[in-house]
Design a binder for this molecule. Structure first.
Ligand SMILES: NC(=O)C1=CN([C@@H]2O[C@H](COP(=O)(O)OP(=O)(O)OC[C@H]3O[C@@H](n4cnc5c(N)ncnc54)[C@H](OP(=O)(O)O)[C@@H]3O)[C@@H](O)[C@H]2O)C=CC1
Ligand SMILES: O=C1OC[C@@H](O)[C@H](O)[C@H]1O
Length: 307
């Protein structure tokens, strides 16, 4: 394609000219998402942008403005989440960690200039929280604590934050109320007793409602790793599980590799259809958390408008 990409640097034998390209998937380091999304949108290409959407909230706005101006679709890699069907939400807790030493020191995820860091990498904790709560931007960041990376103190190797979201509506019977959402992201999670990696700490969210606790375990990788939705009835103590991971070797609509997340989308109170607004709110949350944690703004590539 001809949006500034140099095919021969990467030993790519054949490059398509811009007119033949309808759609661009951007899987570059976080700090380069905005730059390349804008370049592709300016050429009226549809864009599928990896998470984390952009480096910071200002850049997210620039991407969305460009998509609106060029009338291109800007879908997202998104997840679907079963919402609480058991009374109003009381609190949520989302976690995702990677064992210490599982991400090499040279990885893009540790690099400040590429908008690395734990909150960016496992942004699923924010996405799932927002989807569980059907929430817009968080009402406030109550607390945010980082553990800096050993290589660069501007990069969070872990982030522990408590957000307060406004739920309900003034018109509804329950009125408006606050929900506390705790979020923990860690890219260098210590081993148990220094030995055992916590490989079970896959992306998970617990959503406690008035009558149940709903747990979505490993909602981001249902296609290849163990995953389930557990609903614990608070009155009876009984837990029901939904699992869909028989593997028949087939993929596709009738293959047995079914995603629990996709399976439940129909009954979901809150599912992402991939709106740009949802991404903007997630990045806005992330930038606000960084600010409270005392981290510098994650840098976007500066040459956004240079063609
Ligand atoms: N949705 C999902 O499940 C996942 C999403 N991601 C997201 O995808 C994106 C890429 O992650 P991942 O594939 O693991 O990253 P990699 O490090 O494996 O790949 C990065 C790619 O970006 C290119 N690149 C361009 N500029 C730079 C630069 N300055 N420094 C380093 N690489 C550069 C690299 O080119 P070259 O090959 O020439 O070095 C490489 O092709 C991230 O935004 C990440 O958050 C990642 C994993 C899973
Ligand atoms: O998106 C991702 O999902 C899987 C993680 O292990 C990875 O670090 C992250 O980029």
């Amino acid at each position: 394609m001809s949006v500034g990409f140099k095919p021969f640097k990467a030993n790519i034998a054949h490059a398509f000219g811009s007119p033949l390209v309808d759609f661009v998937y951007i899987s570059l380091p976080n700090g380069q998402h905005g730059k390349w999304a804008i370049k592709a949108l300016e050429k009226c290409k549809h864009v599928l942008l990896e998470k984390a959407f952009t480096a910071n909230d200002a850049e997210a706005r620039r991407v969305i403005e460009t998509a609106q101006r060029t009338v291109s679709a800007l879908p997202l890699l998104s997840l679907m989440l079963t919402g609480p069907q058991h009374g109003k939400v009381l609190r949520t807790h989302a976690i995702m960690t990677s064992p210490v030493c599982s991400i090499s020191a040279s990885d893009i995820r540790w690099q400040f200039d590429l908008a690395g860091g734990a909150l960016m990498d496992v942004t699923y904790v924010l996405l799932s929280t927002r989807f569980a709560l059907d929430a817009g931007a968080s009402l406030c960041v109550k607390s945010a604590h980082t553990r800096p990376s050993p290589w660069d103190e501007r990069v969070d190797e872990a982030m522990d934050t408590t957000l307060v979201y406004r739920e309900g509506s003034a018109e509804s019977a329950e009125g408006e109320y606050n929900v506390e959402a705790t979020v923990y992201a860690d890219m260098r999670r210590a081993n148990v007793a220094g030995l055992v990696p916590r490989v079970w700490e896959l992306p998970t969210i617990d959503v406690e409602t008035e009558r149940a606790v709903v747990t979505l375990y490993n909602f981001t990788m249902p296609h290849h790793l163990y995953h389930y939705i557990a609903t614990k009835d608070k009155a009876t103590g009984e837990t029901q599980y939904e699992k869909h991971y028989k593997y028949s070797g087939k993929t596709g609509a009738h293959g047995a590799r079914r995603s629990t997340g996709a399976r439940t989308a129909g009954s979901s109170r809150s599912s992402s259809t991939g709106s740009a607004g949802a991404s903007l709110r997630t990045v806005t949350n992330q930038s606000s958390i960084d600010q409270v944690a005392g981290l510098p703004l994650r840098p976007a590539m500066r040459d956004v408008v240079k063609q």
